[in-house]
Design a protein around this ligand. Structure first.
Ligand SMILES: Cc1cc2nc3c(=O)[nH]c(=O)nc-3n(C[C@H](O)[C@H](O)[C@H](O)COP(=O)(O)O)c2cc1C
Length: 443
């Protein structure tokens, strides 16, 4: 082990621009610190400096007003995939393979309306800078391109190595023994990340210090790359979250009956809900689910027609007019207020035909059940995005009225209505433990 490791900040007054000579700016900062590079040194360079020089500045989507949402939207557009999403952050897998909050996109210290993407190929950037430094100084240094990432299970950010050249990325201790001689099975020290973290100790974001010089680092193994530190997709548990994540997601769904009428539901969340609905199991491998998203005037006309029908039914049941109107008003408080109203259907077109009523009923029931599964998926995904829903019976009791009003074929069976929107009173309370002893029976 080396006795001493030093980490020296290398500030610069130079505001980096596309096409700048990064090696030149770095060597000037080294000289300003009254140092010269030596063989075995490792130079850490903030990825922001690399991105600026390589011209990775892009426009934020101008149509998204909120600057934070604009950054999230940009991250989505530049992502290879969404790993996790909450109302305040989107975690994406970037085209380079990194998993980062808002795709590692940086909007600090750049012009309004613009943002900086991560370097396209940080390993290549590190290798280029290392070669350029060798050409100009005759010295072989390691280069690490660093960025500040959060960790899903810890508070606070720390720097990690995105690109590595001429220095180790990992110290593989697998197969060696611990103090008692027991073989280590999984230990691979992320040394390049640790060096990146050390570099972050000697600079703050506002200090204009894109570089740090690390001297005295004992090489822990052969030179590696930033790629070595990217966990393969197949071993990454973060997007899956384990079985408990699925249980939590399902438990989160609650029937919401009070909506914020003025807060629209983002299109992409509605689309995610319908995509989830369309993964429901269905008889004969069919895709029988349909969702009508009602415009305001269609919604009002349909609810008016259904109310007329409801009044007729309830009067025939002998209910007093006052009670009838109270019921309709209670229903309207949900169905006319929610910012979105979906009418879910199953289409029976692809069902098998049977000569007898017993099997025809069975076949219809199977399709209806598939509709229920689809609606559960829809609501679970909406709830995971913080969007509430109320699945209301209504249309199921007047399918003819619904089909006539919306001009639909007789094969479309309405499954109620789903009011969708942000909760008026914050997130619903936790459900608490659901007793199941009486539900699961052994025979
Ligand atoms: C097919 C179906 C129809 C429903 N219809 C109504 C309804 O007309 N009005 C209503 O307030 N809730 C309705 N609900 C919601 C239930 O009342 C609700 O699921 C139940 O109270 C349990 O609450 P939770 O969904 O928060 O777990 C319906 C649920 C289902 C599955």
């Amino acid at each position: 082990m080396t006795a001493t490791l030093t980490v020296v900040p290398l500030p610069t007054d130079h505001r980096l621009r596309p096409g700048d000579d990064l090696a030149g700016v770095l060597l000037a900062a080294v000289a300003d610190a009254q140092l010269t590079l030596a063989d075995g040194d490792v130079v850490c360079v903030a990825s922001k400096a690399v991105s600026l020089v390589e011209g990775e500045l892009v426009d934020l989507p101008p149509e998204v007003e909120d600057p934070r949402e604009a950054r999230r939207e940009l991250a989505r557009r530049h992502a290879d995939g969404i790993v996790a999403e909450s109302p305040w952050v989107v975690i994406t897998r970037t085209p380079q393979g990194f998993v980062a909050a808002n795709g590692g996109i940086d909007a600090s210290n750049v012009d309004d309306g613009r943002a900086l993407l991560l370097p396209r190929d940080p390993d290549a950037s590190a290798a280029r800078l290392r070669a350029e430094l060798a050409t100009r100084t005759g010295v072989e240094v390691g280069v690490i391109v660093t960025d500040t990432f959060g960790r899903p299970w810890r508070v606070g950010q720390t720097d990690v190595a995105l690109g590595v050249a001429g220095t180790a990325a990992l110290r593989d201790e697998r197969g060696t023994g611990d103090l008692d001689g027991r073989p280590l099975e999984v230990t691979e020290a992320a040394v390049a990340d640790a060096v990146a973290g050390a570099a972050d100790l000697v600079r703050t974001k506002a200090s204009g210090t894109p570089f740090a010089l690390v001297r005295g680092l004992e090489q822990a193994g052969p030179p590696g790359t930033g790629r070595d530190l990217v966990r393969p997709l197949t071993e990454d548990l973060f997007p899956v979250g384990g079985p408990t994540a699925a249980e939590r997601a399902v438990e989160q769904r609650r029937t919401l009956r009070r909506f914020d009428p003025d807060r629209p539901v983002p299109e992409r969340i509605l689309a995610a809900g319908v995509r989830a609905a369309a993964t429901a199991p269905a008889p004969h491998g069919t895709r029988p689910w349909r969702f009508l998203r009602l415009r305001r005037h269609t919604r009002d006309a349909l609810l008016d027609a259904m109310a007329t029908r409801w009044r007729t039914d309830l009067s025939a049941d002998g209910l007093a007019e006052e009670r009838i109107e109270r019921r309709i008003a209670r229903s309207d408080a949900v169905l006319r207020v929610a910012p979105e109203l979906l009418v879910p259907f199953v289409s029976l077109e692809d069902g098998h035909d049977y000569p007898d009523q017993r099997r025809r009923t069975g076949e219809r029931d199977l399709f209806m059940l598939s509709g229920g599964a689809a609606l559960q998926n829809l609501q679970v995904v909406l709830a995971a995005h913080g969007i509430g829903a109320a699945w209301i019976s209504s249309t199921a009791f007047c399918p003819d009225t619904v089909r006539a009003q919306l001009e639909l074929p007789a094969t479309w069976q309405p499954l109620g209505m789903v009011a969708v929107g942000h909760p008026a009173d914050g997130p619903p309370p936790p459900r608490g433990r659901v007793p199941v002893d009486d539900l699961l029976q052994l025979r």
